[in-house]
Design a binder for this molecule. Structure first.
Ligand code: FUB
Ligand code: ZN
Length: 583
């Protein structure tokens, strides 16, 4: 394994690869570590075509759209490399950053000199756009009197809506990904200089505002892992702790989850992308600091979200007005907002909850999101997108080629190639199989490398064949295979949705051709044995078509059922039909 490939682990939460000698070794992190996507090879009839599509169509297409809509020119203009003034939204820099991140993930697995040269050129423009003291925000550097960002001329004057820190957060993630994929640190140096400035401006003795739109907290956690510099972890924690601190700033309110301190929050409220990035950041910072108060808060918030604010597709954020959460059980179908970015953030959050707790219920939610609310956000051709993912429509809805606010397409570009990192995880000698996607994973345990191969026709077919081959011919490992909630008669890990039909078919487990009793703990069947290279586990997950009803408090779903087969949610059925057939 090339050293850069190993180091890309940092991108997916946990890699501890330090630039200047490692300061984080031995410091806390998630108790369960994901197997990074660079150690996972996918060979799957469902996902491989989608990953290829992202590489061959969506990445170049998104770059082209960033060019055509002036997103890349904004950097060139701010850097004095071309004439003109800023175009579009003040957070458009973040789209370029997300596409760089996605392109970097792709380059990490599939070197492509032409793409790399193109990104190098974009990075030159970004570097040019950075002001002398490190300030990087084209919306202000290239503004005109009739086109100014929130807060006008004054830097940092509208942290609530200005997105300076949000843009920087995405740029940090792009810079880390690009550095790990290519060893080139120009963009990394740019963001480090920006952060020097941010540290001068924000802090206990400076501005005590959290960013209006969260994201930088996640980025700073990754940067801490990469550099070993506690200052980045401290800054992330500072931003978390400023939220809801009325002494430090005028509170922004629930919309930005800035109504009370994060450690006192118990309900999912406000803008759903901000919220799920916040909860992901809280999980990261809890893991990295060992501060359990963040975990207690996100546990309660998760319970609220999954019990009262989750669509059957896994989408979150019911209303367009606040692009976010509504009141409990208010889950309209025709007007469902269910933003694609919110689905991505929800999957990120649930994956982190699993890494904290090791319970399959979080991966049940993540799987529901990935196969439904997320996947509907992009066409099979890879160049058309949904921003809102409605659950019902009267006149039909078409995916669009792009949006003036293009957060969703650029988010898809970076999420898809990171997906293999959600399949496997490990903690010591406990190996976890969370998603059923054919291919192989290399798990680096304390007792050596274990290679897991998986074959399945998922999501169309429920037979999964696994081979666990320790490098040293045999080894004692505990394999945890997720038995999805839907295969255990649990539609979601709450009473928000339930199966209304009777299913008597049980999952069947065989080890080396012998059926063994299937006992489920925390949503996993657990197999502890001394594994030999030729050992084979076959799991059969029956996939009958199921009918799903919502909790009676969900007024919009009264008298309606949806159909589900395996992890795929299909459609709503009208009550009359449902009643006639006596479902
Ligand atoms: O504000 C940046 C992004 O644009 C948000 O995450 C989306 O909801 C959209 O408003
Ligand atoms: Zn979006």
């Amino acid at each position: 394994m090339a050293s850069w490939k190993k180091s890309v682990a940092a991108i997916l939460l946990l890699g501890i690869t330090c630039l200047n000698g490692c300061g984080t070794t031995g410091t806390p992190d998630y108790p369960i570590q994901p197997v990074p996507f660079t150690d996972v090879e996918i060979d799957d009839s469902f996902w491989s075509p989608r990953m290829e599509m992202n590489r061959e169509v969506t990445i170049p297409y998104a770059l082209q759209m960033c060019e055509e809509t002036g997103r890349i020119d904004n950097f060139a203009i701010a850097g004095g490399l071309m004439e003109g003034s800023h175009q579009g939204y003040y957070f458009n820099d973040s789209d370029v950053a997300k596409v760089i991140e996605g392109a970097a993930y792709s380059l990490a697995l599939y070197p492509d000199p032409e793409l790399e040269a193109y990104i190098d050129d974009v990075i030159d423009k970004i570097a040019a756009a950075q002001e002398e003291d490190g300030y990087l925000y084209t919306a202000r550097t290239a503004m005109t009197p009739d086109h100014m960002p929130p807060g006008g001329e004054e830097r940092w004057s509208h942290i609530e809506h200005g997105h300076e820190l949000y843009n920087l957060g995405h740029m940090i993630e792009g810079a880390i990904a690009y550095y790990l994929a290519t060893d080139k640190r120009q963009l990394l140096d740019v963001v480090l200089r920006s952060l020097d400035l941010v540290e001068e401006v924000f802090g206990p003795d400076g501005m005590r505002n959290p960013p209006g739109h969260q994201e930088i907290e996640i980025a700073l956690g990754k940067l801490y892992r990469l550099t070993g510099e506690p200052r980045y972890l401290n800054l992330a924690k500072f931003f978390l702790d400023m939220r809801g601190d009325a002494e430090g700033h005028q509170l922004y309110g629930e919309y930005s989850q800035d109504h009370i301190p994060v450690t006192d929050q118990t309900e999912a409220v406000g803008h759903s992308v901000r919220a799920a990035y916040l909860y992901s950041g809280m999980a990261d910072i809890a893991a990295l600091t060992g501060d359990d108060r963040y975990v207690q808060a996100i546990d309660a918030i998760w319970q609220d979200a999954v019990s009262t604010k989750l669509y059957v597709t896994g989408g979150i954020g019911a209303t367009g007005g606040n692009e976010g959460f509504s009141t409990p059980y208010a889950l309209p179908n025709e007007t469902a907002y269910s933003e694609t970015c919110a689905s991505i953030a929800n999957a990120m959050w649930n994956h982190r909850m699993f890494l904290l707790h090791g319970d399959a219920r979080y991966m049940d939610v993540a799987e529901r999101v990935i196969y439904n609310a997320f996947l509907s956000g992009i066409s099979l051709e890879g160049d058309r997108f949904f921003y809102s993912n409605r659950l019902a429509t009267v006149n039909g809805e078409e995916r669009a080629p792009w949006f003036p606010c293009a957060c969703c397409p650029s988010n898809v570009v970076r999420f898809l190639p990171s997906l293999p990192g959600y399949i496997y995880a490990h903690a010591g000698n406990d190996l976890y199989v969370n998603l059923f996607i054919s291919g192989t994973g290399i798990v680096r345990t304390d007792r050596g490398i274990v290679r897991i191969s998986q074959k399945s026709g998922y999501p169309w077919d429920g037979r999964v064949t696994l081979q666990v081959a320790p490098e040293r011919r045999s080894g004692m490992f505990t394999l945890h295979i997720r038995i999805p909630g839907w295969a255990r008669n649990e539609a979601v890990p709450s009473d928000l949705y339930r199966f209304t039909d009777q299913n008597t078919e049980e999952p069947i487990l065989q080890i080396n051709g012998v059926q063994v009793p299937l006992t489920v703990e925390n949503g996993y069947v657990i197999i502890r044995r001394r594994w030999q290279e030729e050992d084979e586990v076959v799991l059969d997950l029956p996939m009958p078509i199921r009918t799903v009803a919502a909790h009676e408090n969900v007024v919009a779903d009264r008298g309606k059922l949806s159909l589900q087969r395996g992890p795929l949610v299909y459609c709503g059925l009208l009550c009359r039909m449902a009643r006639q057939r006596e479902w």
